[in-house]
Design a protein around this ligand. Structure first.
Ligand SMILES: [Zn+2]
Length: 287
């Protein structure tokens, strides 16, 4: 399980293609991932996966979106700039984003836009190479302006959840592409601010065109794993849990009604699926 290398790609129509690129994995405390949900309800879902330190494997799922107007990378994983101590502490394993992209046949210099759901270490860590150079030299970096602001806040919980020294190194680069709210980055590729997990968290929606076109959504850490399909199952890492519950309810309703494909941010084995309504919640059905 250490080297996740799932191969998945699909055409959404009109020359838009989405490919999954897994940039390694790390581990997170299982209880923290289930937040307010009692262990009695979630324990049986993870019996095969939970390790002796009560942690779960979190894949670092990234997506490459190829469109006639340009190439977009969604998320960058943890990257190359981690000390051995942090690598061990997080149980970070596998290929960093640049190596994973190259293995998938994607040249990092060909990426026009890098869009991140938010700026936590496991999403924004891959912007720089080990030597401090830009991993995606031509790319514009897109995150919400509100996310840049909160990420560098001095609240001690914020200081603990973002890698602020690293973010300061890319702040100027990020400023150029910062967005407010909803924005179409390229024809068919849009972001919308969700908040919830973090103050400036955003979702990314990719729409194909033409007959039989389909839509794929990446809900960032509002949709980490299959059980995230229940809007009330939010993690302890969500800074604004009531907002998460509300926005998940709205977005998941649209995804279910319109049959969107959904890519999960940290699911190692079945990261692509669809949401179906199940009473007052949703179910994630892998494809
Ligand atoms: Zn994450």
């Amino acid at each position: 399980m250490s080297d996740l290398e799932l191969d998945w790609a699909t055409d959404l129509g009109g020359g838009t293609r989405v490919s999954l690129v897994q940039a390694g994995s790390f581990r997170s405390d299982a209880g923290a991932l289930f937040g307010p949900v009692p262990r009695m309800l979630w324990g049986r879902l993870v019996t095969d996966e939970i390790d002796h330190e009560h942690r779960l494997i979190q894949a670092l799922n990234c997506l490459v979106v190829e469109t006639p107007a340009g190439r977009v990378l969604i998320e960058t994983g943890i990257g190359e700039r981690v000390t051995d101590k942090v690598r061990e502490m997080r149980r970070y394993e596998g290929r960093p984003i640049v190596t994973a992209l190259e293995a998938g046949g994607f040249e990092p210099g060909s990426i026009d836009i890098v869009v991140m759901s938010h700026l936590h270490f496991d999403h924004a860590g891959g912007l720089l190479r080990a030597d401090g150079s830009k991993a995606f030299p031509r790319a514009q970096i897109v995150a919400q302006r509100a996310e840049w602001e909160i990420a560098l806040d001095d609240n001690s919980r914020i200081v603990a959840s973002y890698d602020q020294p690293e973010l300061r190194l890319v702040r100027e680069w990020g400023d150029e592409g910062a967005v407010d709210g909803e924005r179409e980055l390229l024809p068919g590729v849009s972001v919308l601010r969700t908040g919830g997990h973090s103050h400036g968290h955003q979702a990314i929606v990719v729409r194909g065109t033409g007959p039989g076109a389909s839509t794929l959504a990446f809900f960032g850490d509002l949709g980490m794993r299959p059980w995230s399909a229940n809007p009330r199952w939010v993690t302890s890492f969500d800074d604004f849990p009531l907002d998460s519950v509300e926005v998940k309810g709205e977005l998941f309703a649209r995804a279910a009604e319109e049959g969107w494909l959904v890519a999960l941010s940290h699911e190692p084995v079945t990261p692509i699926g669809r949401l179906t309504r199940d009473r007052d919640r949703y179910r994630f059905e892998p494809v």
